[in-house]
Design a protein around this ligand. Structure first.
Ligand SMILES: Cc1cc2nc3c(=O)[nH]c(=O)nc-3n(C[C@H](O)[C@H](O)[C@H](O)COP(=O)(O)OP(=O)(O)OC[C@H]3O[C@@H](n4cnc5c(N)ncnc54)[C@H](O)[C@@H]3O)c2cc1C
Length: 663
């Protein structure tokens, strides 16, 4: 037997449940295990906590969640089932899908009860393909309550400095719009999701050990009984009486695995932290686990700015928000458009496309092209709008000149731009359907632009171009698990004592389907389920569904799965949201006119102020704060620098008053 996996004669630590990786799934699992009476520990490889989730949007996808119900947003289990069956390309498993849909709302209620995390249903954030059967126009996607969580965590950080170890984005995610997400003092999005869960762990005294990578699982009589980790350069042996959960994220930083499993060998760059290098996959496979869906990855366009590094590795900057604006196109190696620039999964499809006639990548290398008008009004990566050139972006006085500098056929690039311009002026894109869906338009910087907020011609010279690199915010394939998060071997039998979630586990509930929040949703649901199973408290939620024949994509399900009862009212946490506001009295706007905060009402309740409104066009907010809290908030808003306060006309006040009086 390998000495590294041999059963040791002494252990450094002895607990019931070992969680490897401080992802949202790992933290959820540790909190739930503790709640069920198990002792738990979290081992984290990096110095920072929260992995890629910490600087993600922090959005989770949970159909039929209780916050939708509170806001009166429609949804049904049948619709969500239909949507996944339609979009999964037949690659999901029915019992895993049923478990996702049934456990999801229950997990969310429970997590809001046992941790300080509070989420909000984003009522205007649609499923990526909301126009397809069963799609939702809003509410299935939830994000951490932006105001309440930020305040809570900023306060908590004073008492628990560990919170400040939550990983920060290495670059501004919304590079063209200075949103508060980039303010290190502000806990929003992924930092708030991880923050709420981590605070739960801290309050429960669950040890969170950073800089402690797990190296091997220790197996005895075909049961995983512990972990050999490394701490301060030495072995650190942890006994796990009830189980080990792999929540180690994806394998995107493992070049060898990328080469083996992805269709774009040698070209993939992780946007998650470099710690996500497939350790959980490898440990799970060593213990006999099988893997699935290894070809799936959340590809994103990135740019490389020489010299920029993350954790001593070359950094590739996410470039998703620049490409979704008017006045730019993406072209392939032939100077021809190849994707819907507004929909990053379609850019991912173009990255992978293969030209069988030439036996080469159909599109790579791909380039992003803009004109001076775009540069005048939108920043590009770290370059402010209208600023001078940088050595990582090419400039040409004419389209042909730019094509030559980028090594593209000049005539093709010219024709591509001219054809795009002709249709863009009419607000159309017959070639790639850009700007046709609600999701395409969701991130438009100029939402009021006519005829289409994400289409506009490239006409004003000079022209600019930069090479796009294949980035990924997570490779999705991973270990095969069952509805309790147990890792299965090649014969489909559970490996005793071993669980997996996060991107270390294959997304068998959703298959090929993807909407933002499915990674986070899956990670939390199956981490939670794993803890319940390890504590011996599991119910077989997916059993009924397992009896149902596999559905054919695009066709109705062969048999209806009985709807599960929604979580009971008693199980609900104290709501922190209010209904949608009827009218605004105060607007706080971004420079581009998009709304940061629509404030409908400020009410005095005792000695506290209650502010009711909508944040960033999506989230209902219902803040309670004392006057000093209000001044702090306003101070922060002013410091953001780009935010303007506009007092709207008394008409709004009058309308609001009428509504409040029921007029
Ligand atoms: C900008 C951006 C926005 C995104 N937005 C969303 C979104 O809104 N919703 C969504 O669902 N997804 C989103 N994603 C995708 C998602 O965040 C990533 O796929 C993500 O990293 C998934 O998290 P995870 O749970 O798999 O693991 P992670 O959160 O990456 O956590 C894995 C952890 O395990 C640790 N680890 C690895 N190996 C070991 C080891 N051997 N021992 C101990 N610890 C180990 C890592 O260091 C890391 O901390 C986004 C990603 C990015 C980059």
């Amino acid at each position: 037997m390998d000495s590294k996996t041999m059963v040791p004669t002494r252990w450094d630590m002895d607990v019931d449940f070992v969680v490897i990786g401080s992802s949202c799934g790992g933290l959820t699992a540790a909190c739930k295990a503790h709640e069920l009476g198990l002792s738990a520990v979290i081992l984290e490889k990096c110095e920072t906590l929260g992995g890629g989730t910490a600087f993600s949007g922090g959005v989770i996808w949970i159909p039929c969640n209780h916050h939708m119900e509170e806001q009166g947003l429609p949804d049904s289990r049948e619709a969500a089932l239909e949507h996944i069956r339609y979009t999964s390309m037949g690659r999901h498993e029915e019992d895993m899908l049923a478990a996702y849909l049934d456990k999801g709302p229950e997990m969310l209620c429970d997590v809001e009860k046992i941790t300080p995390l509070r989420m909000q249903a984003a009522s205007t954030l649609p499923d990526y393909r909301d126009e397809l059967p069963g799609g939702s126009k809003g509410g299935r996607l939830l994000a951490p309550d932006p105001i309440n969580m930020a305040q809570l965590l900023l306060e908590a950080e004073k008492q628990y400095p560990m919170l400040s170890q939550i990983r920060r984005a290495p670059f501004p995610l919304f590079s063209a719009v200075p949103l508060p997400t980039n303010d290190p003092r502000f806990y929003v999005a992924g930092r708030a999701l991880i923050g709420g869960l981590l605070l739960g762990c801290i309050q429960k005294n669950i040890p969170v050990m950073d800089s402690t990578p797990a190296r091997n699982l220790i197996v005895q009589d075909r049961r995983v009984i512990g972990v050999r980790a490394e701490r301060g350069g030495k072995d650190f042996l942890v006994k796990a009486k009830r189980g080990v959960l792999l929540a180690t994220g994806g394998y995107e930083w493992n070049a060898e695995m990328n080469k083996r499993y992805l269709k774009v060998p040698d070209q993939v760059h992780g946007i998650t932290p470099p710690g996500n290098s497939g350790d959980g996959h490898i440990m799970g496979m060593e213990a006999g686990g099988s893997v699935a869906l290894m070809d799936l990855s959340l590809f994103m366009p990135t740019i490389r700015i020489p010299g920029e590094m993350v954790d001593s590795e070359p950094m590739y900057r996410i470039f998703m928000f620049n490409v979704g604006q008017p006045g730019n196109i993406i072209v392939n190696r032939d100077g021809k458009r190849c994707c819907n620039e507004c929909f990053y999964p379609d850019i991912g499809r173009a990255f992978e496309a293969f030209d069988s006639r030439k036996s080469q990548s159909a599109n790579l290398p791909m380039f992003w092209i803009v004109d001076q008008a775009y540069r005048d009004r939108i920043p590009v990566g770290p370059l402010p709008k209208g600023s001078e050139m940088a050595d990582w972006i090419e400039k040409g006085d004419t389209m042909e000149d730019l094509a030559q500098k980028l090594g593209l056929p000049p005539q093709n690039l010219k024709e591509s731009i001219e054809r795009f311009n002709k249709f863009a002026k009419e607000g159309l894109d017959p070639d790639f359907h850009r700007g046709e869906t609600g999701y395409d338009k969701r991130w438009a910087f100029f939402p009021k632009l006519k005829p289409n907020p994400v289409l506009g011609p490239l006409e004003k010279p000079p022209f600019y171009g930069v090479r796009l690199h294949v980035g990924t915010v997570g490779n999705l394939g991973g270990l095969v698990t069952n509805t309790h998060g147990q890792v299965l071997d090649a014969e489909g039998d559970p490996i005793s004592g071993l669980y997996a979630t996060s991107n270390a586990a294959a997304p068998l509930g959703t298959g090929y389907a993807y909407t933002s929040g499915m990674t986070g949703g899956k990670a939390m649901i199956f981490g939670w389920a794993a803890a319940i199973h390890a504590a011996g408290a599991a119910r077989d939620v997916g059993k009924e569904a397992a009896k149902v024949q596999k559905a054919v994509p695009g066709k109705p399900a062969p048999a209806a799965i009985p709807a599960k009862a929604q979580p009971s009212r008693e199980a609900k946490p104290e709501p922190v949201t209010a209904g949608r506001p009827a009218g605004a009295t105060v607007k706080i706007l971004n420079e581009d006119g998009s709304s940061v905060l629509d404030l409908e009402a400020v009410q005095k309740t005792g000695d506290r102020l209650r502010m009711k409104g909508r944040l960033m066009g999506s989230f209902d907010t219902n803040m309670y704060m004392d006057a000093s809290g209000l001044y702090r908030f306003l101070g922060m808003a002013i410091r953001w620098g780009t935010i303007k306060f506009l007092l709207l006309s008394p008409m709004y006040w009058y309308r609001g008053r009428k509504t409040r009086r029921g007029g």
